[in-house]
Design a protein around this ligand. Structure first.
Ligand SMILES: O=C(O)CCC(=O)C(=O)O
Ligand SMILES: [Fe+2]
Length: 313
C-alpha cells in the first residue's frame, strides 16, 4: 500500500512540523511526572498543548492513507516497517528485545470478538464506578487507578471488598491470556525473544467520548511518542474493544509520519502494535460521537520496569 507522496515543499513543511512536535515533547519530558500522571497523555502540560495544538487541527483534514479499515478482517499481522529513529543510539540495548527493526502492525487474529466483548463489559462495569467529568476515563487494573470526576481514585482502596462483586477471577485470567498472546505476536513479528519482554506500566482500559475536556487529563488527542511519554515502553499495543463507525465516530488512531498521516480504524478485537520510539509519533483523533473503548498493553525490555499481571486483591 503505497503512501500518497506530496511535493518537496510539503515534505519540508511536514519535517518542520515533526521537529516542532519533537521539541514540544522534549520540553514536556523535562518536567517531573508523579502519581497517576502519564495516563493517555491526559497529563500533558499546557505548554505542550499550545505548541502542538494548531497542528492537530490543521491535520484533521490531512489523512493520506488508511492502513486498516474497520470493516476488514486481518487475520495475520499486517506489518509496516519504518526505520528506527536515531533515539535508539541513546538507549541501553537489551539483546532479544531492543528493536533492531521498527514498525507497526495490525491484526484481528489474536483476540476474538467475543473476548473483546467480555473485556469491554469489564471496562464498562469498572468505569461505571467512577469516570471522568470530561471525555477521557481510564481504569488501570494493575495500580487500581480509576478516573473519578476531575481526579483519580484507587479502585481497590475506594471500593475494598465490594470490588469482588464487580470483577471476577475469570476477568483477570482473560486479561492474562490476552496479554500473553499479544506478547508472543509482538515477539514473532519483530523477531524478539518473548521471554525477554516484560509487561510494563501503565496498562489501562480507556473510555473516550465527545464530552468536552474538563482537565488536561481528558485531552487524549495530543500527538506524542510513547517512549517519551511513558518512559519504560519499548513496544506499545492497543487492543480495541469497540468499532469505529458503529460504536463511535472520530477516534481513529493516526501515525503522524513526515510524509503524511496513516490511520488505523479501531475494530473490536483488533490489536495494533508498534515500536514505542519517535518513529511512531501518533495521536488519537477526537471522538465525535458514541463511546470508544480500548486497552493499552505495553512491554519493556528493561526487567527493572517489569510489572506482574494484574490480580484481584
Ligand atoms: O487508544 C489509542 O488508540 C491510543 C492511545 C495512546 O496513544 C496511548 O495510550 O498512548
Ligand atoms: Fe500513545
Amino acid at each position: 500500500m503505497a503512501a500518497q507522496r506530496r511535493g518537496s515543499a510539503r515534505n519540508s513543511e511536514s519535517a518542520a512540523i515533526e521537529r516542532k512536535i519533537k521539541r514540544g515533547h522534549a520540553q514536556r519530558q523535562a518536567s517531573a511526572w508523579s502519581g497517576p500522571r502519564g495516563y493517555l497523555l491526559v497529563l500533558m502540560p499546557l505548554a505542550a498543548c499550545c505548541s502542538v495544538g494548531w497542528l492537530y487541527l490543521s491535520m484533521d483534514s490531512d489523512i493520506t492513507e488508511t492502513l486498516v479499515r474497520q470493516g476488514e478482517i486481518v487475520l495475520q499481522p499486517r506489518i509496516f516497517r519504518v526505520p528506527c529513529s536515531e533515539d535508539y543510539k541513546n538507549y541501553k540495548r537489551y539483546p532479544g528485545c531492543t528493536p533492531q527493526t521498527c514498525g507497526r502492525a495490525v491484526t484481528d487474529g489474536v483476540v476474538t470478538r467475543e473476548e473483546a466483548q467480555m473485556l469491554r463489559r469489564l471496562a464498562e462495569r469498572g468505569l461505571s464506578l467512577g469516570g471522568s467529568d470530561g471525555g477521557a476515563s481510564i481504569m488501570d487494573l494493575h495500580s487500581g487507578a480509576l478516573s473519578m470526576g476531575k481526579q483519580f481514585v484507587n479502585i481497590y482502596r475506594y471500593f475494598s471488598e465490594q470490588i469482588k462483586e464487580v470483577f471476577s477471577e475469570e476477568d483477570f485470567r482473560l486479561y492474562w491470556a490476552v496479554r500473553s498472546r499479544i506478547q508472543r505476536t509482538i515477539a514473532e513479528t519483530f523477531g524478539l525473544d518473548s521471554t525477554h519482554m516484560y509487561l510494563t506500566k501503565p496498562t489501562f482500559f480507556s473510555r473516550m467520548n465527545s464530552t468536552a475536556a474538563k482537565t488536561t487529563h481528558d485531552e487524549y488527542w495530543h500527538p506524542h511518542i510513547d517512549k517519551e511519554t511513558y518512559g519504560s515502553f519499548d513496544y506499545t499495543s492497543l487492543l480495541y474493544l469497540s468499532d469505529y463507525g458503529v460504536d463511535f465516530g472520530g477516534g481513529r488512531f493516526i501515525f503522524m509520519d513526515a510524509d503524511g498521516n496513516r490511520t488505523v480504524e479501531p475494530r473490536a478485537g483488533r490489536v495494533s502494535f508498534f515500536s514505542s520510539g519517535s518513529e511512531n509519533l501518533h495521536r488519537v483523533e477526537k471522538v465525535e460521537w458514541g463511546t470508544r473503548y480500548a486497552i493499552t498493553v505495553s512491554f519493556t525490555c528493561d526487567p527493572a520496569h517489569a510489572i506482574d499481571d494484574p490480580t484481584l486483591p
